[in-house]
Design a protein around this ligand. Sequence first.
Ligand SMILES: [Fe+2]
Length: 416
Amino acid sequence: MSTNFSFSCFAGVPDDVATPAPSVKRAAQLAGSTIAGRNNQAAASVLGRKIMIVDDEESNILMLRKYLKEAGYKNIIHTDDSRLAVDLICGEHPDVLLLDVMMPNVTGLDILAEIMDLPAFERLPVLVLSASTEREIKQTALELGATDFLAKPIDRQDLLPRVRNALMAKSFRDQLARYAEHLEDEVVKRTADLEDSRREVVYCLARAGEFRDDCTGQHVARVGRYVGVLARQLNYRGAPIELLELAAQLHDVGKIGIPDSVLKKAGKLETEEFDLMKRHCEMGTKIMTPGASPEADVVRQNVAMGPSFLRECKSPLMTLAARIAATHHERWDGSGYPLGLSGESIPIEGRMTAVADVFDSLGSARPYKPAFPLTKCLRILEEGRGKHFDPKVLDAFFACLGEILRLSAELNNSMQ
Ligand SMILES: [Fe+2]
């Protein structure tokens, strides 16, 4: 056995340099002997594919190369040192492997076992060169993933159709794999597009609710981001933070149903007007989860279920948003609306949104009040500790005040 392998010495060996390149049809005929019609082109298209031969007997290599060259194959590499075979396969990525079995040091079965374990070669066809008597070896080779067998001594009529078929099958499988990759890329892209659209729709809906107070929509954007900050600080695990931020933007979408005479009234609301105003919580819930009841029992049931309540829903986003819309005006001491919940019976999402919403509303101009300075906003929040606000959420708010003020500046609230 020769171990003086050199790829550059063997690839493109000029053993038949003088042979003129066959025409497509002739090449296809040579490659498969019986190919006709439309198959000619497909068969001819594999003539440029890379064929690799691993055999310790140089005479076998020369014979295989001769048959393949005569059939029009142009890209043939080989080694007669089986110890180098796996590295060569990994470096050259052949399209078909002609693999001898009985070789010293490293057998064909060793090579087969090693490459079939590598994902990069799961589509590589392997034609095993074996004597017809080697039944047990054939069985093992098949189990290891060999594609077909070529009986030694190699017959030209046996070799060419098998090589052609293996290359064509590999070509089709490669095409399918590329198509599958393309589809996966498309799915990722379309999913991202859909996600962008969803965000836009949610933001539009949220802005619609706030439009008469704040036509820029920045209030809802800020409340969403503040709630995200509070959730991270509180180690919230009920839903993905990104989902919570979106849902919190929709907290006041029910204001769409409140008349201007109430929503934009400059002075104090009369009792009936305030009763009407309170209904924006219920309206928001109905907009986002039509058919669901915003009654206290339903909200309590959701609270009791904890984070799992989202997994039960068709739309976790809308269910979460409805939950926030229903409970962001509840107060820690039970004096809020519309349900009169208290303490931890108020969903944590509602308690976080209450702090974020009040803070941003205090610092923003409204028809009934000017924008308050930061110190006054913070003082009012602190005064609401244990009455309006959950002390734990308020602690989280003050712990993250720097981040909240940065977001406030970033999202166009020039709070001083
Ligand atoms: Fe509200």
